[in-house]
Structures are given as C-alpha cells and as structure tokens.
Design a protein around this ligand. Structure first.
Ligand code: NDP
Length: 399
C-alpha cells in the first residue's frame, strides 16, 4: 500500500490522479500538488475518492523538501514540466523517496532536451537505495517498453525501429496544441534527428515526410520526422539498432499556422522588450492558445501510437517486420477521466510505472529508462488499465 505525491495538475496530472484513485489497492494515499492549488482542488473534486492537495513551486527545492517531509510519500510522480525534473530529483534525494517522470529534463533557456543531466544522478540514486524511473509516459514510455517486448519475445536482433505517433483527433478549433504548447512547439520547431549506423543524422524541421495507412479506419496520414527523446536511450540500450526514427502526424492547417507563427517570431524562446517589460514570445503565445485541458470535451477521433520493427526473428531466418500499437479514442477517454487521449495516453503509463515500482516488480536502486526493465508486467497492465495494445506482422517495411 503506497502513499504517492503527484506534482503537476495539468492535463496529464488530471489523468494520473484519476488512474491512481482507481487503483486503491496500490495507491492508498494520494496528494496532488502544483503551483496553482486551485487546479489541484478542481481535479480532486472530480475523483471517486478523497485525495489531499497542496501548493508547491517545484523549482524551489527547499519548498519541495518541506512538502515531501509533510506528506511522507513513498514516491513522487512528476508530471509538472521538464524544467522541474532536476529540482524534484534533488528533493527526492534529500528526503529519501523514489522518483518518476514522463519527460526528460530541458533547460528553460535552451530548446535542448537530453538524458545526460538525469543519467548523471545514477550514482546518487543507487547509493541512496532509491529508484528514479525516467520517461514513463507513452512516447517515451510505452514505445520504449514496446521495443523491449519485441526484443524479448520476437527478435534475436532489431535492425530498424520506426516509432509512429498519429493523432487523428479533431477538436474543431483553428489551432491548438494537445499538450503544453510551449513544450509542444519547442519540440516541433527544432531540427529533426535520427540514429543511423552509430551516429545522429540531422534534418531540417519537417523535412522528411512519409504517408502511412493506420489501422482501424484511421486511414492514410502524413507523418514528419522529429527528434524524440526515446531515440537517445533506445540507441544506447539496444546498440544493435542500425536505424531508429520517430514520426508524428500533422495536418496541413496545423503546419500552416505554425509556419506563420514562426515567421512572425511568436515561437521564439528569447525574451524581448515589450512596453517596458521582458516577455518570451512563446510564453505569450501559450497564454493566447486554448488550454490543452479544455480540448477534452471537443476532441473526437482516435490516436494510434506504435512501433514498426524490422529484424532477425528469434531462431533465425529472413528478416520480419513487426507492428505493435495502441489505439485510443478521445471521447472514451473523456467519458472516463474528463481528458482527451493525449493526456490519457501519458497519464495511464505514469500510473502503471508507479504501480510497477510500488509493487516491487520494477523496484531497483538507480536511474532507469523504461526499456531497461522487464516489459511483461507493464504490457499486461496496459491491457488492464485502458491502453490495450495489438501486434501484427507487416508485409512491407516502413521506408
Ligand atoms: P500542463 O502544462 O497541462 O501542466 C503542467 C502542470 O505543471 C501545471 O499544473 C503547472 O502548474 C505545473 N507546474 C509548472 N511549473 C511548476 C512548478 N515550478 N512547480 C509546480 N508545478 C508546476 O502540461 P501537461 O500536463 O500536458 O504535461 C505534463 C508533463 O507530461 C510535461 O512534462 C510533458 O512534457 C509530459 N508529457 C509527456 C508525454 C509522453 O508521452 N511521455 C506526452 C505529453 C506530455 P500551473 O498550472 O500553475 O502552471
């Protein structure tokens, strides 16, 4: 029976709170804390059982430490923003509690995300007998576990990996991002990057485009190559992979809006002087755009996120092409937890990762990426807690 402290009361925090509240046999006590306590209270009012709420600025380590000392959780589930990761890890080390997040650390003043900062905590967590689980969302997270599962059950050697993230949902608004606009736009406007033959290959934003026919009536969608953080850890932990790429679907109208916003400088992360005040354009843009949480009731359609893996099958023979994916329906998610599928597909794996740790199935001291742990109990829980997956063999590779 665990006592958990969830930090962050945005779209993802709302789903994590719901899912932990549903699994009372594991998460006996829950506290939801965020910078704005009113958001925590609003979420708490939606839940089937009572949880505690608190206000905290997670960038302030001593404030985090004081909260942890008061709540005395077994672990912190960090679903605030990537900027808070290191501060929350420091607070966990200082107070002796386990840690989980869904996105790797990113400095506020630099559009750059990589695991090096968090991997550098390995010795400190190990020596303290504490676990830090990194990237327990969908991508990274489930896509990392999908890769480990394919290797464990189907392949002697993985040669190529393509992660395909399709959101075929429609919210009917001219332009909105499905999760935190600042994080989302920083990710999309950066150069693309993929792993090939032991090195990184850089592409211009949206330079590489493919079309793929997604299953279950979703149909053909345009996909663009992006850099995504799981490529860094997967290429490290599966050095046999010859090429690893990440693709995301975008509609023409979304890309046109983004192009215009970029051209006029609205996606910039450097502060500018405006009427005697310093403002960061992308933060101002965030204030104008719809809150991702408000898209829940509006969004219809499905997401389909999965991995296409080519390699030598177990036992040898000709290369085979495997596709493992989850399909998630925006409206079904909304019915269950009052959030759309993007938050749902992140929040459910965060709860399952925490459950794996608290049940002892994944508990081991150190800093770990998802693919380093046994995929089987996690895959079983995906089916049980709302993200069922399917697997199939394809005739043609994804080129
Ligand atoms: P939101 O912007 O909706 O929510 C972020 C929450 O964190 C808000 O409640 C915000 O509070 C709070 N917060 C921000 N700064 C602080 C701080 N200093 N101290 C305490 N709380 C703070 O984001 P999402 O819910 O969409 O995303 C949450 C995380 O999930 C992000 O890290 C995102 O990158 C990650 N993510 C991961 C995915 C995956 O598949 N792995 C996919 C999608 C998201 P306030 O309201 O006061 O600003």
């Amino acid at each position: 029976m665990a006592n958990v402290l969830i930090v962050g009361a945005g779209g993802v925090g709302q789903v994590v709170a719901h899912k932990c509240a549903q699994v009372e046999e594991v998460f006996e006590n829950i506290t939801l804390a965020s910078r704005t306590k009113a958001k925590c209270d609003k979420i708490a009012d939606m839940l089937p059982r009572k949880i505690d709420t608190a206000e905290v600025d997670a960038d302030n380590v001593s404030e985090m430490v004081a909260l942890i000392e008061k709540v005395k959780p077994d672990m912190v589930i960090n679903v605030a923003l990537p900027y808070q990761d290191l501060h929350i890890m420091d607070a966990c080390l200082e107070t002796g509690v386990h840690y989980l997040d869904t996105a790797n650390y990113e400095p506020l003043d630099e559009a750059k995300f990589e695991y090096s900062w968090q991997w550098a905590y390995q010795d400190r967590f190990e020596k303290a007998g504490l676990m830090a689980l990194l990237g327990s969302g969908f991508d990274p997270g489930v896509t990392s576990v999908f890769t480990a599962y394919a290797k464990k059950h189907h392949f002697d050697r993985i040669k190529t990996l393509d992660i395909l993230d399709c959101n075929a949902g429609d919210h009917g608004l001219p332009f909105a991002t499905n999760f935190n606009p600042e994080i989302n736009i920083r990710e999309i406007t950066a150069n693309g990057r993929y792993w090939e033959n032991g090195q990184w290959v850089t592409t211009k934003p949206m330079e590489e485009k493919r079309v793929f026919a997604f299953p279950e009536g979703i149909g053909e969608k345009d996909l663009y190559l992006l850099y995504h953080e799981e490529l860094e850890s997967l290429s490290k932990h599966f050095p046999e992979i010859e090429r690893a790429r990440f693709w995301m679907t975008f509609g023409a109208s979304y890309l046109k809006h983004l192009e215009v916003l970029q051209n006029v400088g609205m996606t910039g992360i450097e502060p500018i002087e405006f009427q005697g005040q310093q403002i960061v354009p992308i933060q101002f843009l965030k204030a104008l755009l719809p809150d991702p949480a408000s898209l829940g009731p509006l969004t219809k359609g499905k997401t389909c996120i999965g991995n296409i893996i080519k390699g030598t099958p177990q036992g040898g023979g000709e290369d085979k092409i495997y596709y493992v994916y989850n399909i998630c329906d925006h409206q079904e998610c909304y019915k269950e937890v009052q959030s759309q599928a993007i938050s749902y597909t992140t929040g459910v794996p965060a709860m399952i990762g925490a459950k794996m740790m608290m049940e002892g199935k994944w508990m081991k001291p150190g800093v770990w990426n998802m693919e380093q742990l046994d995929p089987d109990p996690f895959m079983a829980d995906l089916n049980k807690y709302g993200l069922p997956w399917q697997e199939t063999w394809l005739d043609k590779p994804f080129v």
